[in-house]
Design a protein around this ligand. Structure first.
Ligand code: FE
Ligand code: CA
Length: 545
């Protein structure tokens, strides 16, 4: 199910991934080690839920650090049917090098999970070791029984905020409903995280973050009224610079609330490294020399800050596999793609909004968004879960959005038309039912019709639900909204507002509430539903409620 097996994480019942490599990343391989535990994790994590057993409190030696290390909150992610990853990072000064932690300090971090929000009983606990080579982050695989769990961390004299999480319903188990969010694109300078505050208040079962968690570049100079806040640092290139960028973003309390509300599945897009990079090709070819090292630094910092069930990356040029799948009972299977690491460079110079017919390069053989291995995996995996719904978490717009044979954005699937046609034809040939592609990247909300065959006339094979950005400013002038709605495979497009999608999925129907923020430059803005789109099970298209 995931690129690495649970066994790699689990030695006994609780383990922590410790990277053996140094900050220089020039040598060493990741190893997995059992936590140097002061409790007995084997017995402590197998206490059945609901049994009124309070574990003995582990006393921890006081830490001599500049202040509370839990400034970045807590997070959980990648739940499967028996476990979920719990995350935090010790960083008393999150925007400074090392996060304010002494470089040589290894810290015992206790995690505790309770069925009660007040932690009156602590049914599960264990200890991980936070070390500087992983930016003092911890990724705990916590084995938990079905149900809602509250969790927190302790280090020295400090206790973290409390998060809420859950494991997935077992594969195949009858599941009446799943409520989850999709979101992407949260430029720190361009808006407030009002959408995250609303998401947290909605208390979904889980969330799927589709990429552009950080931005390497500053606010658009075209942003009306200018930036609402500042990165306070130039574009990151080194590991420390990327760590500081994540530290800044994750210091936002609305983002922390959204992480604390439910487990997330996280994939990346381009800005976690650099705008429009493709595999080992940077946006500016002149920067190609140092790009592999820069990309590894960015991947390492992403791993350190995300609640993912993955090992750390180790090699500047080897694959770092993050594509994986998730299953929610008998209801939703979700293939999570990586559309950046393996892609052929953007065709035709990556031109944007060029109205000339597509250049010949766009259809040259072998062009790929995903690489061959990931494409094969996707085709094998979609429809294999025994779930009613077959979903894909994907970076860039897959629906046809060409205009008079012009490719308006070579960075999205329109720039990889042969591979897209192959995938969509497979869905038709293999009769994969109830396909829903979940997309971000483009900073607008849309509903797309996926077809095998030509735009507007091919066989409908599924629906694409494109979320607007959490805060990143619009990329396309809103005056184009009416024109986009006339495109044959765009059912709707909303270009004005920031927001996210709140999905309510049952065996009969997929319902997508397009939540929109009235003004993401107003930290107290209202959030409302623009429209709700419905997909009936058995139908490959969507309609407004
Ligand atoms: Fe973006
Ligand atoms: Ca993007």
């Amino acid at each position: 199910m995931t690129p690495i097996s649970r066994r790699m994480f689990l030695a006994g019942s609780v383990a922590v991934v410790i990277t053996a490599c140094s900050n220089s990343k020039s040598s060493g391989t990741p190893t997995t080690a059992t936590a140097d535990s002061t409790t007995d994790p084997g017995s402590s994590t197998t206490t059945p839920a609901g049994e009124a057993t309070t574990l003995p409190t582990t006393s921890l030696a006081p830490l001599d650090i500049p202040g509370d290390p839990f400034t970045l909150g807590v997070a959980s992610g990648d739940p499967d049917a028996t476990s979920v990853v719990l995350w935090t990072r010790l960083a008393p000064e999150p925007s400074t090098t090392g996060g304010g932690m002494p470089d040589g300090l290894a810290v015992d971090v206790v995690w505790e999970a309770s069925s009660s929000a007040a932690f009156t009983t602590i049914e599960h606990s264990g200890t991980s070791v936070a070390i500087a080579a992983s930016a003092h982050s911890v990724h705990v695989v916590a084995e938990l029984a079905p149900g809602t769990w509250h969790y927190r961390f302790r280090a020295g004299q400090y206790t973290s905020p409390v998060g809420t999480t859950r494991v997935a319903p077992p594969r195949g188990e009858a599941t009446a409903v799943a409520r989850f969010a999709t979101m992407s694109c949260q430029h720190f300078e361009e808006g407030w995280y009002v959408a995250h505050r609303d998401l947290a208040a909605q208390r979904p079962d889980f969330a799927v973050f589709l990429g552009d968690y950080i931005y390497e570049d500053g606010a658009s100079p075209l942003l009306p009224g200018g930036a609402v806040r500042s990165h306070g640092a130039p574009e990151p290139v080194t590991l420390d610079e990327y760590r500081n960028r994540y530290g800044l973003y994750k210091s936002d309390t609305d983002l922390q609330a959204a992480h604390a509300a439910c487990p997330w599945f996280v994939i990346w897009d381009d800005h976690e490294v650099e705008n429009d990079y493709a595999s080992l090709s940077p946006q500016d070819p002149a920067e190609a020399g140092g790009f592999a090292a820069r990309r590894l630094a960015a991947y390492q910092a992403w791993w350190e800050h995300m609640p993912v069930r993955l090992p750390a990356p180790t090699d500047p040029t080897a694959e770092y596999r993050i594509y994986r799948d998730a299953v929610w009972g008998d209801l939703v299977g979700l293939a999570l793609l990586d559309g950046r690491q393996y892609r052929t460079d953007q065709a035709c110079g990556g031109a944007v909004l060029n109205l000339a017919p597509a250049c010949p390069e766009v259809t040259s053989p072998g062009r790929t968004m995903t690489g061959d291995d990931q494409e094969r995996w996707l085709l094998d995996t979609l429809g294999s879960w025994g779930t009613t719904w077959n979903a894909v978490g994907n970076q860039t717009v897959m629906s046809d959005a060409t205009f008079n044979r012009a490719v308006l954005n070579y960075d999205q699937w329109d720039g990889y038309p042969e591979q897209r046609a192959r995938i969509l034809q497979h869905l038709s040939d293999a009769e994969v039912a109830n396909v829903v592609v979940l997309t971000g990247d483009i900073h607008l909300a849309a509903v797309g019709q996926l077809r095998a065959g030509a735009p507007g006339v091919g066989t409908p094979v599924g629906v694409e639900l494109v979320t607007s950005s959490i805060s990143s400013s619009g990329l396309i002038d809103t005056s184009f909204q009416g024109l986009l709605r006339t495109f044959p495979d765009l059912i709707d497009a909303e270009l004005v507002h920031r927001g996210y999608i709140l999905h309510t999925v049952t065996p009969q129907r997929w319902s997508a509430d397009y939540r929109i923020v009235a003004d993401a430059k107003d930290p107290a803005s209202n959030v409302s539903t623009y429209r709700t789109y419905l997909i009936d099970a058995g139908s490959p298209t969507a309609r407004a409620a």
